[in-house]
Design a binder for this molecule. Structure first.
Ligand code: ARG
Ligand code: ZN
Length: 477
């Protein structure tokens, strides 16, 4: 599902006029990229995906993954051919019920040529069959599928879909998902949304697990956690299913600390909804992997995935707050451009400061002052990384998180609490299940505050060096 503001240029008008006068252009290839400035070949052009149906079989002993993904899309132009982002060995492709030809343009671009050209505005059904060992597949110089001692994890950002399903891999094209995986019985499969088949025997020795994500979801936020998990199911006050899962390889005390935090996800989600607006999704929960299995947490939609190592020193509610805040900032309101990553990480980090304030563990201003003066003193090279344009190789630099959160805090100081929270809620409401960019955020914040925020954002997001922090943060009353 694409939600874009269309600027009608002279060229577009000329094209429209050409069509109206009847001199129709020949169907053209879909673009191999979605126009991302950091990742020009991520995503594709020429179609808009509405739904992914991912139906797989996984063999944990050998890491073999086989199956088919059916993509329901709509053509946004007359198409002679189009690209999918995918790295696994593809055995067949069908488009609109006819065999299609396919070739690899690069190790993560599959070019599909349908038997008949596709007309703009018509539905496209693509069925891609595949069979491969994802942990052995290198694309763009790395692998992202993560084989563990008891299964596998498909959890990463921004590149993970290539290793398990073909897609239009950019956050601006969200879709609903059905994910169904056959595994040897006794193995758990956890994914996003609502479980529709829970360890359902398919035939001797094999179970099917099926998950449904009804709300629009970006491709990198779809995940698989396959292995040995202790699972808990509950229902939220709003009726949505809560599923939490903990890898059984966690030592009992770490598992208890993880549970002490992740079992509060429902409560923390409600707390966040009180600040950021209604929870945008219909399911909740969290998954904790074995300690060190992945080395980071990810805000996978409805159900973040945490590394067990995050709980080895005890509970870590702040991390849960961070990942759940992303459900608004990153998941519901996705990035229009990967360059604007601070809109995800700065806001999720600031949510941690708000939680701290709520819990009487230090106000956001106290944390801001500490981060600004002591964690990152003026001569720290940290201040040379620009949160509004960190570069693709520094997407998750601490400046994106900490200077991003300081930017959010400074905005709060400039406009005051009432307008600040009004801006956050307007942003999540206006862009719910869509996407946004920094210039769009600036325009909304200026409209609501009635202030010109350009100099402030230029300094904080795009200028090297440590900016001035407001007096009320540096010397609070
Ligand atoms: N977005 C994640 C977070 O909440 C970070 C992901 C880091 N990804 C990675 N491949 N290291 O902080
Ligand atoms: Zn984050």
């Amino acid at each position: 599902m694409l939600r874009r503001t269309v600027t009608v240029t002279a060229a577009v008008l000329a094209a429209v006029l050409t069509v109206q006068t009847g001199s129709q252009a020949a169907p053209a290839p879909g673009s191999p990229g979605a126009g991302d400035v950091y990742y020009p070949e991520y995503g594709n052009g020429g179609y808009d995906v509405g739904h992914y149906d991912i139906r797989l079989r996984y063999y944990p002993d050998t890491d073999r993954l086989t199956g088919a993904t059916t993509i329901l899309a709509t053509a946004t132009q007359d198409l002679s051919r189009f690209n999918l982002d995918f790295a696994l060995k593809t055995t067949s492709v069908r488009v609109n019920n006819r065999p299609a030809t396919f070739t690899k343009q690069s190790d993560h671009e599959l070019v599909v040529t349908p038997a008949r050209p596709i007309t703009k505005g018509t539905p496209i059904t693509v069925v891609v069959e595949y069979d491969d060992i994802p942990s052995a597949v290198v694309a763009a110089g790395f692998t992202s599928w993560n084989r563990t001692d008891d299964g596998a994890l498909a959890v990463n950002e921004p590149e993970i879909a290539w290793w398990w399903y073909p897609s239009n891999d950019h956050p601006t094209d969200k879709a609903s998902f059905d994910v169904s995986v056959l595994v040897p019985d006794g193995v758990e499969v956890i994914s996003n949304g609502t479980p529709t088949r829970w360890a359902t025997p398919a035939f001797a020795g094999w179970d099917r697990w099926s998950w449904r994500q009804e709300k629009p979801q970006a491709t990198y936020l779809a995940f698989l956690a396959i292995g040995q998990f202790d699972t808990y199911q509950d229902t939220s006050a709003d009726g949505s299913p809560i599923v939490t899962a903990y890898n059984t390889r966690l030592d009992p005390v770490t598992a208890a600390a993880a549970r002490a935090s992740v079992e509060r996800s429902d409560e923390i989600t409600d707390w966040a909804a009180g600040l950021f607006g209604p929870y945008p999704f219909g399911a909740r929960g969290g998954v904790v992997t074995g300690a060190g299995d992945q080395g980071f947490a990810l805000e996978t939609q409805t159900r973040p995935v945490y590394d067990g190592r995050s709980f080895i020193r005890g509970s870590n509610n702040s991390l849960v707050v961070h990942e759940l805040a992303h459900q608004w900032f990153g998941d519901s309101v996705a990035l229009g451009q990967w360059k604007d990553i601070w809109l995800n990480e700065g806001f999720a980090t600031y949510a941690q400061w708000l939680w701290s304030e709520d819990q009487n563990e230090g106000t956001a201003a106290e944390i801001a002052r500490y981060v600004y003066s002591e964690v990152h003193p003026a001569d720290d090279p940290f201040w040379q990384v620009l949160p509004g344009d960190p570069g693709a190789d520094r997407l998750f630099d601490s400046a994106v998180y900490d200077r991003g959160a300081l930017t959010v805090h400074h905005l709060r100081e400039l406009v005051g609490d009432e307008k600040f929270f009004a801006i956050l809620r307007a942003w999540t409401e206006k862009n719910e299940h869509g996407d946004g960019t920094t210039p769009e955020f600036q325009a909304l914040a200026e409209q609501i505050s009635g202030q010109d925020l350009d100099a402030f954002l230029q300094t904080w997001l795009y200028t090297p060096g440590r900016p001035e922090l407001g007096p009320s943060t540096l010397a609070p009353a």
